[in-house]
Design a protein around this ligand. Sequence first.
Ligand code: NAP
Length: 303
Amino acid sequence: MIIGSGCAGNTAAIYAARANLKPLVVIGHEPGGQLSITSLVENFPGFPKGIDGPELVENMKTQAEAFGAEYVYGSVEEADLSKRPFRLNIDGVWHETRTLIIASGASARWLGLPNEQKLIGHGVSSCATCDGAFYKNQKVMVVGGGDSAMEEAIFLTRFASQVTLVHRREHFRASKIMLDRARHNPKIRFLNNTVVEDVFDVASKCVKSVRLKNVETGQTWDEDVDGFFVAIGHIPNTKPFKGQIDLDQEGYIVSHGGARTNIPGVFHAGDVQDRTYRQAITAAGAGCMAAIEAERLLESEGH
Ligand code: NAP
């Protein structure tokens, strides 16, 4: 079984299916993973003109299915990895598997503002590709200082009249190329050393304004915005495996070399373990590694 249908899970499925291992891929609450909510991918080798993220990941799924991989929708509610076959409860139904590849990725991190969750889907979003088109000629705000924030801000300039990028520090984590692109875009306005204190207006069920604070001066003020995009990183999806798989302090799987976890027969692939590279191509490579390790283990057991 392979948990996750992003770049890592799909690549693992291609390799596992081609090796006749009959993989069952579990598609969770974010089908296709991060690629499915991104725009043009310019750095995946083999596509000199770039390829849309959703198309790339869908192609991988089609490729895996062509070799016999099966897909099922559901969430892992519980896992028993104490003995083999491992047991996984997917939406109330227990499944058994001799090897498991965890490629469940990482989900969007939220700021934790008092009104943030109440306004998700009503102007608060973590996905510009999904929701950007709603903000034609309107004012939007993006929070974050990494590549995701730059990408979201640049994408939103296709629709919005103005994009304000709010970052809590002076310096950016984003790569130089992405930062330069954002800086050269006349529609993007930078607000550094600034944090968001809250987003309004819950009573009208839409975003109307935000309260900002300059962390250097302590000054607070309100600004009108129509859309509020949070792009501050991700949290690994490892909850059902807590207490069984070795996880680090932030919940990422700790690798025991190659694609191995602390449990023989359970492998990791992609962002669920990788806090350093987190690219489509590295996730795909990790999926390949996990499938090869699963295949070799099963072979050594006479499968
Ligand atoms: P990231 O690099 O971890 O950046 C997260 C940003 O959010 C940081 O600037 C961080 O601020 C800020 N942040 C975190 N928690 C915050 C909070 N509570 N309040 C305010 N700000 C907060 O995450 P990412 O941008 O999602 O990128 C993840 C990985 O994907 C990276 O390796 C990136 O290169 C890759 N990526 C690549 C592309 C591309 O090449 N096209 C596009 C998207 C993502 P601090 O800097 O102060 O910590």
